[in-house]
Design a protein around this ligand. Structure first.
Ligand code: IDP
Ligand code: MG
Length: 141
């Protein structure tokens, strides 16, 4: 089908450290999406600077990059009809304290009072972002 989408999902270092990578994959698969790529890796400044291009210049940019480099992340490409919107819905809103119960951030995350919001997962927010981010993380895909 021509409208099958792909999205880039990251289990951030807080999620990997807490042993929640499998739980996030479980939720993606339980929702019915297909895994197209999964790789555990540690990101560097170049990759994160490009990935978070839209946030350069914001006060939380450097804390965000430092946090994202603080340990391995699980990079995932998932696919399915409307998966970009669907994973954002599974993830919940950015702030884990306010994220709805039932979502990844709402069920498993909390505010730790740190300079950067540690919220377990990233998900592409549009088809354009997804294409750009998949190209950055999985250039061979
Ligand atoms: P999203 O991950 O829900 O799409 P974005 O606004 O794209 O949220 O922000 C990217 C990431 O930067 C967030 O997931 C969070 O980790 C962090 N972040 C966003 N806004 C803030 C903030 O105001 N203070 C600290 N960290 C933030
Ligand atoms: Mg975002």
């Amino acid at each position: 089908m021509s409208d099958i989408q792909r999205t880039l999902i990251l289990v951030k270092p807080d999620g990997v450290r807490r042993g929640l990578a499998g739980e996030v994959l479980r939720r993606i698969e339980a929702k019915g999406y297909t895994l197209a790529a999964v790789e555990l890796r540690t990101a560097d400044d170049a990759l994160l600077g490009a990935h978070y291009e839209e946030h350069q210049g914001k006060p939380f940019f450097q804390p965000l990059v430092d946090f994202m480099k603080s340990g391995p992340v699980l990079a995932v490409v998932a696919e399915g009809h409307r998966v970009i919107e669907g994973f954002r819905s599974l993830a919940g809103s950015t702030e884990p304290t306010a994220a709805a119960p039932g979502t990844i951030r709402g069920d498993l995350g909390r505010d730790w009072g740190l300079a950067v919001v540690q919220n377990l997962v990233h998900g592409s927010d549009s088809p354009e972002s997804a294409e750009r981010e998949i190209g950055l993380w999985f250039p061979g895909l």
